[in-house]
Design a protein around this ligand. Structure first.
Ligand SMILES: C[S@@+](CC[C@H](N)C(=O)[O-])C[C@H]1O[C@@H](n2cnc3c(N)ncnc32)[C@H](O)[C@@H]1O
Length: 243
């Protein structure tokens, strides 16, 4: 009998940010397909008898192609195993969980999606930066800063909105370009920006800068992946909220 596949968000790094439902599903799994950003403490919840598959998935490190992951999920489910697809953050925010769900649906495999805390909310809570604020940001936008074939084709005119906080996933390599484009489209050179590495964990680092200096400041801090970029007036609260 085919069992429901669980596409589970593991949160952004701190194992205590795992939901109770996610923990239960992982603890009951018979096969787990997991990504690179899952911390060891969460992998330790997987029952020893479960089959484990590492799917990779850093920006440049695709151990398994997406099509292979999709097929693996279907094959494991067809063997009657209780499958957990474990993904960093939230599965549906730049996690390709939607594509995996589509593939399962096309093959008639029942699935559920267990949401996780995304790095946007996890990283900003960790460093006490609100994403919205009545006086500083009336909205928030999540975008990817990952370029396809060296090109970053985004709607800069729309994104250069001082009233909206911009959260850039996978944007570390292109931070100077992103800052330049936003300034070209009207944001001031002293507009605040933060780069947060390993948010929610003890080894997390943060760089606070301005659009004009971001490229240089973030490069000299030698930040590494995973790093999330936050651009918005709310970043100016960092000093007050981290006394
Ligand atoms: C493929 S996306 C996955 C996003 C994930 N689904 C989520 O909801 O957070 C990977 C990107 O998420 C961001 N990210 C994930 N975890 C992070 C963390 N702990 N600290 C900083 N950025 C993180 C980085 O921008 C990284 O390049």
């Amino acid at each position: 009998m085919i069992k429901t596949v669980s596409i589970v968000g593991a949160g952004p790094g701190d194992p205590e940010l795992l939901t109770l439902k996610a923990k239960k599903r992982i603890g009951e799994a018979e096969a787990v397909v997991y990504d690179r950003l899952i911390p060891k403490e969460i992998l330790d919840i997987i029952p020893p008898a479960a089959e484990k598959f590492f799917a990779g998935k850093a920006c440049k490190e695709h151990i398994m192609a997406q099509a292979e992951i999709n097929d693996l999920l279907v094959a494991l489910a067809k063997r009657g195993l209780k499958v957990v697809r474990l993904k960093g953050g939230d599965p549906l925010i730049f996690g390709r969980g939607g594509e995996e769900a589509e593939h399962l649906a096309q093959h008639g495999i029942p699935f559920e999606i267990v949401p996780g805390i995304s790095s946007a909310t996890g990283c900003t809570a960790y460093w006490h930066i609100p994403l919205t604020h009545r006086d500083l940001a009336s909205g928030v936008r999540y975008i990817t800063g990952h370029s396809k074939e060296g090109k970053l084709d985004l709607d800069w005119q729309n994104l250069a909105d001082p009233d909206t906080t911009l959260v850039v996933y996978m944007g570390l390599a292109n931070v100077a370009l992103i800052a330049e484009k936003l300034m070209e489209h009207g944001l001031p050179a002293d507009f605040p920006i933060a780069a947060i590495q390993d948010g929610t964990t003890k080894q997390s680092k943060i760089v606070i800068s301005t659009l004009a200096k971001a490229g240089q400041d973030i490069e000299s801090a030698k930040l590494e992946s995973p790093t999330l970029i936050i651009i918005g007036r709310v970043v100016a609260l960092y000093g007050l909220l981290n006394p």
